[in-house]
Design a protein around this ligand. Structure first.
Ligand SMILES: NC(=O)c1ccc[n+]([C@@H]2O[C@H](COP(=O)([O-])OP(=O)(O)OC[C@H]3O[C@@H](n4cnc5c(N)ncnc54)[C@H](O)[C@@H]3O)[C@@H](O)[C@H]2O)c1
Length: 316
């Protein structure tokens, strides 16, 4: 049987993720769901009508779901479910301002995933993503390796883009890495940033690197401020779709994701942005690599910052 992936939430993030997943042409079916009547079906119809132009056979199915889980039968047998349901930020809002409202949504979605797609790998993107990932794991009761969040692939891609633009080099010559949480305690890892194999620190002065780090940390807010309504979705959907592809293809790719950390880096019991190997079982393993003392201190600080908030989501 061909692979099946579901995207919950047919807003900007969800619809562009569904489009990217369909265009990969590796899935038999992409299911797109939302609580809005007709919208997912309309988007699915539209994407399917692009198949002969873009040259893919994957079929997209759009389903509207009800308050008591009506419609969720459509996700049965999904290998991967990407959760994008929830409100995005408005200008001036922090991701944390979304905590309570999105917690209600993500809990309801997660309970239905547990019921209708009990073997799926779940990738959470709804914000605040570190907390929503912890909540989705609690509400599904899935093993922790089967629930993880998207942040690091996006933050790393933003950082990579800024470095490439600053040095006027192709993005593919840049290797960058960000760990930590998706927010104020994002931890860029300069010791792992190179351009054509040369350390970034030899190519740019420390102040310039710090400027790019700050811009990366505020990367989402910069887009939100320009759009005025809604938040970024092209780069975010590229990140989530790539992660779903890695799972579907059991690729073993190592990417930064929001994963359950259990002893790595001396940190335990928290969902945190670390590098992990992705495969059909979700997180095959968290990959611990060398960090400088200050990078490690930053990661530990990020862990403590998200730990308390993640404990709170149990009551939301
Ligand atoms: N992790 C990241 O890196 C990252 C990046 C960008 C955006 N986000 C987050 O992704 C989420 C979605 O962003 P967006 O731009 O698509 O927003 P959007 O407003 O365009 O879409 C959200 C969709 O979720 C739907 N929805 C609400 N409750 C639902 C439910 N119970 N079941 C199914 N669908 C439901 C809404 O009807 C809406 O269509 C936001 O929380 C945003 O903050 C995360």
């Amino acid at each position: 049987m061909g692979k099946k992936v579901t995207v919950v939430g047919a807003g900007f993030y969800g619809s562009t993720t569904a489009q990217r997943l369909a265009e990969y042409d590796i899935f038999e079916t992409v299911v797109l769901t939302d609580i809005i009547d007709g919208k997912p079906a309309g988007l699915a119809l539209d994407i399917n009508q692009s198949r002969s132009i873009e040259g893919f056979e994957t079929k997209v199915v759009g389903v509207s779901t009800g308050p008591n889980g009506e419609g969720y039968e459509a996700i049965e047998g999904s290998d991967v479910v990407v959760v994008t349901a929830g409100l995005p930020r408005k200008p001036g809002m922090s991701r944390m301002d979304l905590l309570e409202v999105n917690a209600k949504i993500v809990r309801q979605v997660a309970e239905n995933i547990a019921k209708y797609a009990p073997n799926a790998v779940v990738i959470v993107v709804s914000n605040p993503v570190d907390e929503m990932t912890a909540l989705a794991q609690l509400a599904t009761q899935f093993p922790k390796n089967r629930v993880f969040g998207q942040a690091g692939v996006l933050d790393t891609a933003r950082f990579t883009n800024f470095i490439a633009e600053e040095l006027n080099v192709p993005v593919k010559s840049v290797k960058a890495l960000t760990l930590g949480s998706h927010g104020d305690t994002m931890v860029p890892v300069p010791s792992r940033c190179t351009v054509d194999g040369k350390p970034l620190s030899e190519l740019l002065p420390a102040e310039k690197i710090e400027e790019l780090v700050v811009r990366t940390r505020n990367g989402g807010a910069e887009v939100v401020a320009l759009l005025k309504t809604g938040s970024a979705y092209y780069a975010p959907s590229a990140a989530a779709a790539r992660m779903a592809k890695a799972v579907a293809e059991d690729s073993g790719e190592v990417v930064p994701v929001c994963a359950w950390v259990d002893g790595e880096y001396g940190i335990s019991g928290v969902y945190l942005g670390v590098e992990a190997e992705l495969g059909a079982t979700g997180i095959r393993k968290v990959v611990e690599d060398k960090l400088t003392d200050s990078e490690l201190a930053g990661l530990k600080e990020a862990a403590e910052a998200v730990r308390a908030k993640q404990a709170d989501v149990a009551d939301l």
